[in-house]
Design a protein around this ligand. Structure first.
Ligand code: DUC
Ligand code: ZN
Ligand code: ZN
Length: 472
């Protein structure tokens, strides 16, 4: 047995902060010890490894509940593999991801899940779980949802966007939600009215409006608000809990806040790109540059106030968690597929490495407390997707997934700076943020220390998840 003592730091949880030493035995946290205790005095000299955390915050490893490693999209594949993407995540203080197994029409749901398990097996740097995208709602798929629950897949995602690809119509959504409700599973939704969007896309292309900004203009907030409302109503009819992914429009969040005000099990996720970036500044960059930020839902107009509204909904609690929707595509050969036609630009932004730092900036800027940072990025995602308290907390019996975060540190974001993603650009190039990830432990093993990677592919293991712990 190896004992590790993380000594002298301030342990921050979702509900408070305290000077405590953390005792780890092999992969698990076994005790939190107050300074001055006799046992602590002994341990500081007898532990196998003592990590000095003086002056730092000791927080649970980040949980990113929305990533797409090597996702097939529009004739190409997201550029981070499970190996490169999870290593980048570790550098950024994330120690668990929940990725998506994607069913293509005609495929058995169990086969999809097995395929995605094979992609991730033996190569991940950190622990990982899966949500299941049901791309083909039919009797067999609905039956198979029960089998996947037994394998630790307790959340199922549908798309109201991308007709002809991942899209589900309202009837299919209703059927899948009824099944989820019966199983106690979480229903996840990409809420945009894809049928209407596709018509607007055609109108722009017919007028010769082909630049990346038209990707955003063709997906107006009204069609996110409308789809979000429809998803909420279908969830209410069926009794399914609903988690709306990557909410970017203020009005969509107003719908979610309204549903929550009525006591519904409806939850919102947003992502750093929707808090920091905008349609005008990024998507509207000159030439083809804006392609870097083509993602759906799209970046929204700052003039319309979406970013500030999202921060406010984080304060009210109507945004439950922060994920990245990490789905990187290189400019070269990938985003370039949409030169002259924005609708052919693969959708996605890479950011798995920067979520913890970007959200800590919210603490520095006085937008959220340190505890809320931990809650949004670690604890609630773990509870939302049935992994708490093994993940998302530093607690006896839990996995020793721990980040030592240096508030006096500084992080420069960019491809020649902190970037370890397999991506030829950074969505946050030039961002300078206060605070830095210093040391990262994944199940008790130091995998990142002072910018050096000390782990190995295959350190990460599959996490079979339980039911959501956020439902009323
Ligand atoms: N949105 C993206 O930007 N990428 C992948 C899928 C999605 O819904
Ligand atoms: Zn989506
Ligand atoms: Zn996604």
């Amino acid at each position: 047995m190896t004992t590790t003592l993380i000594a002298g730091g301030t342990v921050v949880s979702a509900i408070g902060r305290q000077l405590l030493d953390v005792l780890v035995e092999d992969e698990r946290v076994v005790a939190l010890l107050e300074p001055g205790s006799q046992r602590l005095g002994d341990l500081r000299s007898t532990a196998d490894v003592v990590i000095d955390a003086t002056g730092t915050y000791v927080i649970p490893g980040g949980v990113d509940a929305h990533t797409h490693m090597q996702m097939p999209f529009g004739g190409t594949t997201a550029s981070d593999t499970f190996e490169t993407g999870t290593r980048a995540a570790a550098f950024g203080g994330t120690t668990t991801i929940v990725d998506f197994a994607i069913q293509t029409p005609g495929e058995r749901l169990q086969d999809t899940f097995a395929l995605w398990q094979d992609k991730a097996a033996g190569v991940c740097a950190i622990d990982y779980g899966f949500h299941q995208i049901v791309g083909d709602v039919n009797d067999e798929s609905l039956a198979a949802m029960g089998e996947l629950m037994a394998e630790g897949v307790t959340s199922f995602k549908l798309f109201m966007a991308y007709p002809g690809v991942y899209y589900s119509d309202d009837g299919k959504i209703l059927r899948a939600m009824r099944r989820a409700a019966g199983l106690g599973a979480m229903m996840m939704m990409h809420a945009e009215n894809g049928i209407a969007i596709d018509e607007i896309v055609k109108e722009h292309l017919a007028r010769g409006e082909t630049d990346p900004i038209y990707h955003g203009i063709s997906r107006p907030w009204q069609l996110e608000e409308e789809a979000t409302h429809r998803a909420i109503m279908l969830a209410e009819v069926t009794g399914a809990p609903l988690y709306v992914v990557h909410v970017s429009a203020k009005q969509a969040l107003e719908q979610i806040a309204w549903a929550r005000g009525n006591g519904a099990n409806v939850f919102a996720e947003t992502c750093p790109q929707y808090l920091y970036l905008s349609l005008e500044e990024q998507l509207g960059a000159p030439g083809f540059e804006g392609a870097k930020w083509v993602a759906s839902t799209p970046l929204r107009s700052r003039a319309e106030g979406h970013q500030d509204a999202l921060w406010r909904f984080i304060r009210t609690g109507d945004v439950s968690g922060i994920a990245t929707d990490h789905c990187p595509f290189c400019m070269k050969d990938q985003k370039e597929m949409g030169l002259g036609d924005f609708s052919k630009i693969p959708n996605g932004i890479g950011g798995v490495e920067h979520r913890m730092d970007l959200m800590y900036q919210g603490v520095v800027d006085g937008r959220i407390t340190m505890e809320r940072w931990v809650e949004l990025c670690c604890t609630t995602p773990a509870r939302m997707f049935g992994m708490y308290p093994r993940k998302g907390a530093i607690t006896p019996g839990g996995d020793a997934d721990i980040v030592i975060y240096d508030p006096a540190g500084h992080t420069s974001i960019g491809i020649n700076a902190t970037h370890h993603m397999n991506l030829d650009h950074s969505a946050y190039e030039g961002f300078e943020v206060d605070g830095a990830v210093r040391t990262v432990l994944s199940r008790g093993k130091v995998v990142v220390d002072h910018g050096h990677y000390l782990g190995r592919p295959g350190d990460g293991r599959y996490v079979a998840r339980g039911l959501a712990q956020t439902l009323v």
